[in-house]
Ligand binder design. Structure first.
Ligand SMILES: [Zn+2]
Length: 469
């Protein structure tokens, strides 16, 4: 239903949309949803969801109300402060806050908190010559309405972003296993029973009815035996997912191996053992045996087993493309609420570090953060008079958007314009993609910057030896 609403308000024009608009929308105001055709009433059902999850993309600022519209991505400015506004200020539009291509916040009677000011100043200011502002729902993926995200927005639990699982340092197969656990989607008896594959949901090890992910891994008497032998103390009453997260974040160690390293192996070994019991009619293994198996695997991994990254190692040396000057950039984004770290490093022909830089900003999503990292790299190149260089980023999407004009760019329009303008001034600079492995230093700088973010000032770290161009 929200998608219907989006189609009417934003999507490329078509006849059906024109009909509905001309009948029910007058002067940008919608008429009551209770009167009208079935389609119109259906749009009404999703309208509220759409309205609540929309934010403005700032361009010329003529349509955006400073106080009452969500243009910062964190709710309206009015909802972030308390106190009365001055007369006439309610109708203030964002275009009044820009002058000569810069922000000018003197029109605001309020002295805004620094965090909000930083958020405003991190955006490209409104520009008269830009197109008109555009309102986009937060459930857009590459320009198309994402039903999955609209669905997520209605879920009561806010924790739908599982990037932390994919970014964890465990083996890829364990990441997938953890994702299944989190979603309660490992093929346990309860799930098989729902799908009519087994007659009941009885646990094959302890014969309790109702075997789900939580029972298999944590609550079954056979699994508890494993946890009783050395799991770190955790707060009482944690849900299964909270318990998983708690253990993965633990700093404890177990027989010389970090608990966070061995924990995924223990879970996986418990699951493997349970599958053997169920499919091969084996007896459940002793807790000690499971721990030994997990311990062997965890030790292999910490010793530099097959999956350990070997930067500069003899077996898999990292080969960098030989270019005169290389600028590597990366961004560290967690959520729209939190600061974003941008980082970069300039390397010489030999691949040695010349200069590092980092900056703290805000962004609505990861792609925008990556774009701002590229922009920062270009700015630094311009400031340091580097006219011939190759700039590397690990974000293919943004490189493609920058290089050609097609592709969905509404959400990034202002930043793209600024970035393209900078790039035009540096005709000798190429922008290329590189793998994440080659971009670890920029990534590290961005992460450090994000976690220590307390100001918007560009902080430049110049490690020794420092070579100034
Ligand atoms: Zn059981």
């Amino acid at each position: 239903m929200a998608k219907f609403g989006w189609k009417v308000s934003q999507a490329p024009s078509n006849l059906a949309q024109e009909c509905i608009k001309s009948k029910y929308v007058q002067d940008h105001r919608v008429t009551k949803f209770s009167n009208g055709s079935t389609t119109w009433r259906n749009i009404g059902r999703g309208w509220h969801l759409l309205q609540e999850n929309c934010m403005w993309n700032l361009r010329n600022g003529e349509n955006i109300h400073v106080w009452e519209d969500n243009w910062l991505g964190v709710g309206t400015l009015r909802s972030l402060i308390s106190g009365p506004l001055q007369r006439g200020e309610v109708d203030l539009k964002v275009n009044k806050l820009g002058r000569g291509g810069n922000w000018d916040l003197r029109e605001l009677s309020f002295h805004l908190p620094q965090a909000i000011l930083n958020r405003i100043l991190s955006m490209p200011p409104p520009h008269e010559e830009s197109h008109s502002d555009i309102l986009t729902p937060s459930f857009m993926v590459n320009g198309a309405f994402s039903l999955a995200q609209a669905y997520d927005a209605q879920l009561p639990t806010p924790w739908t972003n599982l990037d932390w699982i994919w970014k964890n340092n465990m083996e890829p197969k364990l990441k997938f296993f953890f994702w299944l656990l989190w979603k309660d989607r490992i093929p346990h008896m309860k799930l098989l029973h729902i799908r009519n594959i087994v007659p009941n949901s009885q646990c094959p090890r302890c014969y309790t009815i109702g075997e789900d992910s939580s029972h298999v891994i944590r609550d079954c008497s056979h699994s508890r035996g494993v946890w009783d032998m050395g799991a770190p103390q955790c707060p009482r009453g944690l849900s299964f997912t909270e318990w998983l997260k708690f253990n993965l974040g633990s700093k404890d160690s177990f027989k010389g191996v970090g608990w966070a390293v061995i924990f995924p192996y223990l879970c996986h070994e418990i699951w493997k053992d349970r599958t053997n019991v169920s499919l091969k009619n084996q007896k459940p293994a002793q807790p000690n045996t499971i721990i030994q198996r997990a311990l062997t695997l965890a030790r292999l991994r910490t010793k530099g087993g097959t999956y350990t990254r070997q930067e500069g190692g003899s077996s898999t040396p990292i080969t960098r493309e030989v270019v005169d000057i290389a600028i590597y950039v990366d961004a560290s984004f967690v959520s729209i609420q939190e600061p974003v770290g941008l980082g970069g490093v300039i390397r010489n022909r030999k691949g040695d570090w010349e200069v590092g830089f980092s900056q703290c900003t805000f962004a609505r999503d990861n792609s925008l953060a990556e774009l701002r990292a590229i922009k920062l790299g270009l700015q630094i190149a311009k400031e340091r008079n580097i006219h011939t260089a190759t700039l590397f980023s690990d974000c293919v999407r943004m490189i493609n958007l920058l290089s050609n004009t097609d592709g969905y760019a509404d959400n990034y329009w202002s930043d793209l314009c600024e970035c393209r303008k900078l790039w035009k001034d540096l005709p000798g600079v190429k922008i290329k993609h590189c793998s994440r492995t080659l971009n670890m230093v920029a990534d590290g700088l961005a992460k450090v910057c994000r976690s220590n973010a307390d100001s918007m000032n560009v902080t430049r770290i110049f490690p020794t030896p420092l070579v100034i161009f």
